[in-house]
Design a protein around this ligand. Structure first.
Ligand code: SF4
Ligand code: MG
Length: 346
């Protein structure tokens, strides 16, 4: 499968110089055409920062300090490095190639306009002003509402007249308005109840199959990702610590943090696991631990973990798991104290 988005060595600071907080450090991530890539980690690990930086929507004091984010259209091959595009190029790119559904987006609808008007205005903002543009936008708005499962007569409703789930569907409709190739969703269902969450996820997957876009799905809930993602990247302290297929993560997490996350949420399928969670709390980015950033919380930590910061790389089971990358010294035969704890307590 062709890569549509290649994030390489992406780093982001909040603030400058000695006061800078390293929110993202050397992140590598590839999204392939038609793929659902899940991005998980506790709050504050950099998931949203990654989404904002990769789409050039990072608000100050966030500063992209290095890297590249290369979009390559699977449809016609156009694209380029988003971090090096000028404003006009970005405007042409945004929503057409890459759309984003923000965390809590459903609350960003304007309360004084109907959802129909907001959809129509959103579409018109990106269309040449021809005589029948408004008529066409209206037709497209109806089509979009239908696509996300909202009855046509809701076009005239105000946001407060819709349920949270419906408002979130409107935001998804808006993101899909210009038929983007990539849709980034930052916690799209977190604010909703479980039933609504399931319905929306199913809707997204169905739309993805119909329309053929690729998805980066950001959530703190790994169990949800096991259901819907093809591949899962786990973030900790602004880095990717494991990147593997959903199947591989489900069968056997290789990073102790991944194992901990899996223990923090009830599984949606398969046998029930004990819910243990992860001891301690996410690290203070201003004052990161030495060596492996996870060592103060890691049940498998050994002396070397306080000294060496593991890089993301192939596992020592590389041949059997060519798709998997992990940043943990247990995976490095030269450093690890003994046989890898295969089960990682899962
Ligand atoms: Fe745990 Fe050490 Fe692996 Fe870090 S490098 S995750 S502390 S075992
Ligand atoms: Mg977030």
């Amino acid at each position: 499968r062709k890569p549509v988005l290649e994030i390489r060595d992406l780093s982001v600071d909040y603030g400058y110089d000695q006061n800078a907080v390293h929110a993202l450090q050397g992140v590598d991530l590839t999204l392939h055409a038609g793929e659902v890539l899940g991005l998980a980690g506790e709050s504050g690990c950099g998931k949203s920062t990654l989404a904002y930086a990769a789409t050039r929507l990072l608000p100050p004091p966030g500063v992209i300090t290095g890297g590249s984010v290369t979009f390559t259209s699977a449809r016609d091959g156009h694209g380029g490095d988003l971090l090096r595009m000028n404003d006009a190029e970005l405007r042409a790119q945004r929503w057409r190639d890459t759309a984003i559904v923000f965390q809590g987006a459903m609350n960003s609808l304007n309360p004084v306009y109907t959802v129909g008007r907001q959809l129509v205005d959103g579409i018109l903002a990106h269309k040449p002003r021809t005589r029948d543009a408004r008529e066409q936008a209206r037709a497209r708005a109806l089509e979009l509402l239908e696509m996300v499962g909202i009855p046509k007569d809701r076009l005239g409703s105000y946001p407060h007249q819709l349920s949270g789930g419906m408002r979130q569907r409107v935001m998804i409709a808006m993101a899909l308005a210009l038929e983007p190739e990539i849709v980034i969703m930052d916690e799209p269902t977190t604010a909703l109840d479980v039933v609504m969450q399931r319905q929306i996820v199913e809707q997204i997957m169905q739309l993805k199959d119909e329309l053929g876009f690729s998805v980066i799905f950001i959530t703190h809930d790994v169990s949800l990702l096991l259901e819907l993602a093809d591949r899962i990247a786990i973030m900790y302290a602004g880095r990717i610590v494991e990147d593997a297929s959903s199947e591989e993560v489900y069968k056997m997490p290789r990073h102790p943090y991944t194992a901990g996350l899996l223990h923090s949420f009830p599984p949606l399928r398969g046998p029930k696991r004990d819910l243990a969670g992860i001891p301690g709390s996410p690290p203070d980015l201003v004052n990161l631990p030495t060596g492996c950033k996870f060592h103060p919380r890691c049940p498998y930590a050994f002396d070397e973990c306080k000294l060496t910061d593991p890089a993301l790389g192939p596992t020592r089971f590389g041949a059997a798991e060519p798709e998997r990358q992990v940043a943990c010294l247990l995976n490095d035969e030269r450093v690890a104290p003994g046989p890898i704890p295969l089960e990682l307590g899962v």
